[in-house]
Design a protein. Structure first.
Length: 254
């Protein structure tokens, strides 16, 4: 197969031809299989951190108009060493994966759109410089608006830079967001057509992060180049039923 043939084959992923070829009567949803849970459970003995609620972070971040946020939005790879406030992190998490209403049966309305309200992502946070938090790897629990401590990561900055193919800013941020995908959540409803819309959803999530960062005097830069196996190992996910799909370091602007 020539390079041109390979390019044409991969372009099919960007199209919606599979929809006409998919027998939706055979999806888990239409076979009566219960939907996957909205979020991964936290181990019962894990350290959990309650995040500031809407009233608290609203007071902390002040007011930025949508016009201003869009007008200032850009990819930022240089960060100050200032700490990100816990209230600011709470706002960023609310903006990117906050739950408005649980619809039941594995569906929820959030602050970002998702095909079929399936929301296939788990948000992991490599926290280096956030007030009130010990550095380490955490995961966001959107239903409770809490963080759960996953584990300590020795020499975390170096490990992140290595996993990102030497991109130094990835390990020098106050916090690095990593969205991991659980494809089964979307496959349950859409079968073979699930994977294209999963990546469309990732764009929705990251753009909200860009705009929310502008509201708190921070910046981010979306990263799609990383060593898949190494990053999955850092997250502690299996690389099959859950794996990293997008990275976004966040830090205060210089």
């Amino acid at each position: 197969m020539t390079i041109d043939d390979q390019l044409r084959a991969h372009r099919l992923f960007l199209t919606d031809h599979l929809r006409k070829q998919t027998d939706f009567s055979r999806t888990d949803q239409n076979r009566g299989v219960p939907p996957p849970p909205l979020q991964k459970p936290a181990p019962p003995d894990s350290l959990r951190v309650s995040l500031p609620d809407f009233r608290q972070w609203q007071q902390a971040i002040g007011q930025t108009s949508l016009v201003e946020a869009i007008g200032r939005r850009e990819s930022r790879r240089r960060f100050a060493e200032d700490k990100l406030a816990l209230a600011e992190l709470s706002f960023l998490l609310w903006a990117t994966q906050g739950v408005r209403r649980v619809l039941g049966h594995g569906h929820a309305l959030r602050n970002v759109p998702s095909a079929g309200a399936r929301h296939s992502f788990e948000t992991y946070l490599f926290i280096r410089n956030v007030t009130e938090l010990t550095p380490g790897l955490y995961r966001y629990l959107p239903l409770e608006h809490e963080l759960v401590h996953v584990r300590d990561v020795p020499d975390m900055g170096t490990a992140l830079i290595r996993a990102a193919y030497g991109q130094k800013f990835v390990g020098r941020s106050a916090v690095t967001f990593v969205w991991a995908c659980i494809p089964g959540r979307m496959e349950w409803r859409y079968g073979l057509t699930a994977h294209r819309v999963i990546l469309l959803d990732a764009g929705h999530v990251c753009q909200n992060l860009y705009l929310a960062c502008e509201a708190v005097g921070a910046g981010t830069c979306a990263v799609a180049a990383y060593d898949q196996a190494e990053l999955d190992q850092l997250l502690g996910v299996d690389g099959e039923e859950e794996f990293a799909v997008y990275v976004a370091p966040v830090g205060k602007k210089e």
